[in-house]
Ligand binder design. Structure first.
Ligand code: HEM
Length: 468
């Protein structure tokens, strides 16, 4: 990947910035938070058009600078331990707990390096048959012809895919052994706890009560940790751990090998929880957005069908997708990236400047918060040719758009998403099965929930017909 060298001048306390230094344009306004949360797309577009890619706002109080140019994003993403700290509300940090990758910058690299092998590379190839089977089975249950509510239908399948992979628990409700000895007795209960936990991340009132999202979220978190503790006990009793079976097993095997290493009991329980949190709603949102975009662009569907036939051969009844097949689906990969560019599910965490810095003659003051917004970076004409067009070919080898720090649906730099490869595999498998099984039509324009995650609203329906 191309990476420009940038020179960030870090100012010591009391040190004056070089003469001629300016600050990003625009004054923070008291209503910025309402406008941003109400419609982040409009907020980012209007301000970018008026002020350029970097501008000051009053989002979340104080001075928050939105950064959208590649250089400023690079500066924001790589300041850990030097001039930035993660600046999330205390409620959100409590929900993460002390074992997240955001909490301890001093341990970040060590923890991330240890977790990586369970979410990338060969481990993912090993998970592929299970993901493939679960998605294929889930989609078989979609009865046709019919109208289905897209998000709930997709989310249901994603949960079935991700829980076994990340928590190491099978989700077969009809088998009594599934939840035996565990403090949660059904898939529905587990899912409900997860939803409450997720909602707790965005409860801004730090009041532990059943009347606040924060209070309910913390309670759900404690219940989920108890659940993981019981799952882990059961795992040890069941016998030898296969390190490549799932993410949990990778960590348990790591603990067995080095009991004093990174993988303490607490870290393992928390990481299972956090990775499901990080992945489930994001992937569900992405898959829905992909289905939606394909519904709007039949010519792209046609090319995807041709690619599927080319990769899978003429046996149109083939229903097993191997890692090697997925690697050859380059146009599908480009289409998923283009969906992530136009409809990025999330933004990145906020960073607070612990020191003033100067980049290219622009001063970013100590105490200000930086937000790198894909809604800005992914839509800049400096980064993408005709950015308003849905054009997967921009990610093809000839054009090679989507460079580091210009295309940031998965963040970048020190905290770059650890689940980008897994996301690609699940989404490719979902799309491949869908293309094989169904034709679908949209029912008009979809409304999206925009915050905290961008996702199609629950009641949006598509019409599906099984392919002959
Ligand atoms: C559509 C899917 C996903 C999207 C859009 C997404 C987005 C992001 C973004 C924007 C960040 C950077 C946050 C920042 O720098 O402030 C991030 C970090 C992270 N993501 Fe994802 N993510 C997705 C899926 C996943 C999955 C599947 C996993 C794991 C199973 C995962 C695990 C993580 C982790 C562990 C980090 C933190 C890395 C660190 O702090 O070093 N994500 N993700």
């Amino acid at each position: 990947m191309n990476q420009q060298t940038i020179e960030v001048v870090v100012l010591e306390n009391g040190q004056a910035p070089p003469t001629g230094t300016t600050t990003p344009p625009r004054k923070p306004k008291w209503h910025d938070t309402i406008n941003y949360i109400g419609n982040p797309d409009n907020f980012c577009r209007q301000n970018r058009e008026k002020y350029g890619p970097c501008f000051k706002t009053g989002v979340f109080g104080g001075t928050t600078v939105f950064v959208g140019s590649a250089k400023a994003i690079q500066m924001a993403f790589n300041g850990d331990l030097k001039y930035t700290e993660i600046a999330l509300p205390p409620t959100t940090m409590d929900m993460f707990g002390p074992y997240s990758l955001f909490q301890r910058p001093d341990l970040h690299r060590q923890r991330k390096t240890a977790l990586g092998p369970g979410l990338t590379g060969r481990a993912l190839d090993g998970y592929t048959p299970q993901i493939d089977e679960t998605i294929g089975r889930g989609l078989q249950d979609w009865s046709t012809p019919s109208s289905i509510a897209l998000y709930p239908a997709v989310e249901k399948i994603c949960f079935d895919v991700l829980v076994p992979l990340l928590l190491g628990v099978s989700l077969n409700d009809s088998d009594r052994a599934t939840f035996e000895g565990l403090p949660v007795s059904s898939k529905a209960e587990l899912k409900a706890l997860y939803k409450t936990y997720f909602d707790g991340f965005y409860g801004l009132l730090k009041w532990k009560s059943r009347f606040t999202a924060y209070g309910r979220g913390l309670k759900a978190r404690a219940a989920l940790i108890d659940f993981m503790r019981a799952v882990i006990c059961r795992r040890w009793v069941e016998g030898p751990i296969n390190p490549t079976a799932d993410f949990l097993s990778m960590m348990l095997a790591g603990q067995q090998e080095n009991p004093d290493g990174v993988f303490s009991d607490d870290l393992i329980e928390n990481q299972c929880l956090l990775q499901l949190w990080a992945s489930h709603y994001e992937i569900s949102a992405l898959v829905c957005s992909l289905i939606y975009q394909l519904g709007r662009h039949p010519q792209v569907v046609q090319r995807l069908l041709e690619e599927q036939a080319e990769v899978m051969g003429i046996q149109s009844n083939v229903n097993r997708f191997e890692p090697e097949h997925l690697k050859q689906m380059l146009f599908l990969e480009a289409t998923i990236k283009e969906t992530l560019r136009i409809l990025p599910p999330s933004t990145t965490a906020n960073r607070r400047l612990t020191k003033s810095v100067v980049l290219d003659g622009v001063l970013y003051e100590k105490g200000w918060v930086l937000i790198a917004e894909p809604r800005i970076a992914n839509m800049m004409a400096d980064h993408f040719h005709k950015p308003e067009l849905f054009d997967p070919d921009r990610f093809g080898p000839e054009r090679g758009e989507g460079k580091m720090y210009q295309f940031i649906p998965f963040g970048g730099g020190v905290h770059a998403c650890l689940g980008a490869q897994m996301t690609m595999i699940v989404t490719k498998l979902f799309a491949s099965h869908l293309l094989r099984l169904f034709d679908w039509k949209l029912t008009g324009s979809a409304q999206f929930v925009q915050f905290p995650l961008r996702k199609i609203k629950d009641d949006y329906q598509i019409d599906i017909v099984r392919r002959v």
